[in-house]
Design a protein. Structure first.
Length: 309
């Protein structure tokens, strides 16, 4: 199993993050391919989704890096993972792209792995004609209000962004397969900023597209930073000043300046973090309390933690 070496990727510039070489304390718990990571910053927990035969699909660590427990039931092939915190508790949402009896679904679990909610028809790949019929849903983002944004298409029939109410009804849906405005080719990651904008990593179109969260209206797109490789993951830093983007095929994290309210413009790369060869960063998450960035790396089969300086 390849492990990324510890080396400084910055030459002569003020670095914004440093690798926490002590996280996790017990890397031997990573026994599969680590596809996704989610931070519960309220409770100091980190959830990791991994794939493989006879491996636990969800691992839970403390933010200090101690392994706590794992769970496996009804998770087939996790792709995206998200922790939703409310006043009454926390839950873990997972997109499952498996093709067996649990796949093509978006599922909500308790922190200990009890299945609480299933969206989609388990085992049935959907068509874009039915809102809650998913085909390899890639990722989701849940607001405090319980409203959910799902990017549905990690290579399946669907290439769309859907917003659901807290009782799982469609509020709006946008996107078809293509490279025009508002179209997608593998919408892979989604996040929401503090100004009412939804950001989607439109992976195979090598761009990020931005939408109004209330209406679904297209607001703009960024492509200038992604000529070498499309964006795989989008997450904002805790202060919403920057967007962290994983570029898997070139083993890079791009740190982009977030635009103010108003014009989206084009992207400006502030800094990049070059990871070791074959690390393959897939999805990331940010601790909105400490600012730490966690990177799920398929190639290295690990999650790494970067601390803001």
């Amino acid at each position: 199993v390849l492990k990324a070496e510890h080396f400084s990727p910055w030459a002569g510039e003020q670095q914004m993050y440093k690798l926490d070489i002590g996280w996790p304390k017990s890397p031997e718990y990573f026994t599969g391919q680590t596809f996704c990571v989610a931070v519960d910053s309220l409770n100091g927990l980190v959830y990791v989704g991994q794939r493989g035969d006879n491996v636990p699909k969800v691992l839970v660590f403390s933010e200090e890096g101690y392994f706590l427990h794992s769970w496996n039931d009804t998770v087939e092939m996790p792709h995206g993972i998200f922790v939703w915190n409310t006043a009454i508790g926390s839950s873990v949402w997972i997109t499952d792209v498996g093709t067996g009896k649990y796949g093509h679904t978006v599922k909500q679990y308790s922190p200990l792995g009890k299945l609480m909610q299933v969206l989609g028809t388990p085992g049935n790949a959907g068509s874009s004609l039915i809102p809650l019929q998913f085909d390899q849903p890639a990722e989701l983002f849940v607001e405090e209000t319980g409203e959910i944004y799902v990017v549905d298409g990690d290579g399946g029939m669907n290439n769309r962004l859907i917003k659901l109410s807290d009782d799982y009804k469609e509020i709006w849906l946008t996107g078809t397969n293509g490279s025009g405005i508002g179209q997608f080719r593998i919408p892979h990651s989604v996040t929401v900023d503090a100004y009412g904008r939804v950001w989607v990593a439109d992976r195979d179109n090598k761009r990020i597209q931005v939408f109004d969260k209330a209406t679904g209206e297209w607001l703009g797109s960024w492509s200038g930073c992604f000529s070498e490789d499309g964006p795989y993951s989008v997450r904002f830093t805790a202060d919403y000043k920057y967007l962290i983007v994983a570029q898997m095929n070139i083993n890079r994290l791009a740190i982009l300046a977030a635009p103010p309210v108003g014009s989206i413009g084009d992207c400006a790369m502030v800094q990049s973090v070059q990871l070791a060869n074959e690390t393959k960063p897939h999805l990331v998450d940010v601790d909105m309390r400490s600012g730490a960035v966690y990177v799920a790396e398929i190639g290295a089969q690990q999650v790494q933690k970067y601390i803001p300086l």
